[in-house]
Design a protein around this ligand. Structure first.
Ligand code: ZN
Length: 224
């Protein structure tokens, strides 16, 4: 799969990937020096409307819809600063990520990353800065920290510990399960998790079409 505005990488680390021989389905096999054969991560050089439209093309198809989730509605002054998809093509999508950035009165600049992924993909863990590919045993234990809403479904989220992890970023990580996939939220700074006290609505924008034009794209994005 060639893409004009997205470049291929490893879902689990920043190492450059190489394209090897074609697999039985005719798609190239991408390989990471650290993780071996991986489904490719598709990421824009810079977040833009055109690149986002491309992102939706590679991550979701009518035959196999895969969600790309954004807080809805996006607050005034907030923009989509980053996004990514994992998978050989739309029929084999395994994960999507979006990052929205803006400011809140209490926290100043805030980044909110949302990852929807099949178990074992490892993109959520990379964005969260944790060393296990799936959220872990704390999911489902005790009362959830917050709930978000996706369509009519209420999705409980639990905290994922980041203590002792490399890269002492100031962040809060929450995870839960929605439609059989892991849902990760990574908020920076950590105190921004309080924004979620008002039950957020996450909208799948993969089928949204032209009204995406009204969204704002670009701006500084957090490292991950
Ligand atoms: Zn890798």
């Amino acid at each position: 799969m060639a893409s004009p505005s997205l470049t291929a990488g490893c879902p689990r680390c920043p190492a450059p990937v190489v394209l090897g021989v074609a697999d039985e389905a005719g798609g190239g096999v991408w390989s990471c020096p650290e993780h071996g054969p991986v489904p490719p991560l598709w990421r824009p050089e810079e977040a833009s409307y055109e690149a986002f439209a491309e992102h939706l093309r590679v991550s979701s198809s009518p035959a196999r819809p895969f969600p790309t989730l954004l807080p809805w509605p996006l607050g005034p002054g907030w923009s989509v600063t980053d996004f990514a998809a994992v998978g050989q093509d739309a029929e084999r999508a395994r994960a999507t990520m979006t990052c929205c950035s803006g400011t809140s009165a209490l926290d100043g600049p805030v980044d909110v990353m949302i990852v929807s992924e099949e178990p074992g993909t490892g993109l959520g863990a990379r964005c969260a800065g944790v060393d296990h590919p799936d959220p872990g045993a704390e999911i489902g234990l005790g009362a959830p920290t917050v709930k978000v809403r996706i369509d009519s479904q209420q999705v409980p989220l639990w905290p994922v510990s980041t203590s002792g992890m490399a890269g002492e970023w100031d962040r809060s990580v929450l995870a839960g399960e929605a439609h059989g996939r892991w849902l990760w939220l990574v908020l920076r700074p950590a105190s921004a998790v309080l924004l979620l006290r008002d039950e957020w609505i996450l909208r799948d924008v993969s089928g949204l079409g032209p009204s995406l034009v009204e969204m704002s794209f670009g701006g500084p994005r957090p490292p991950w």
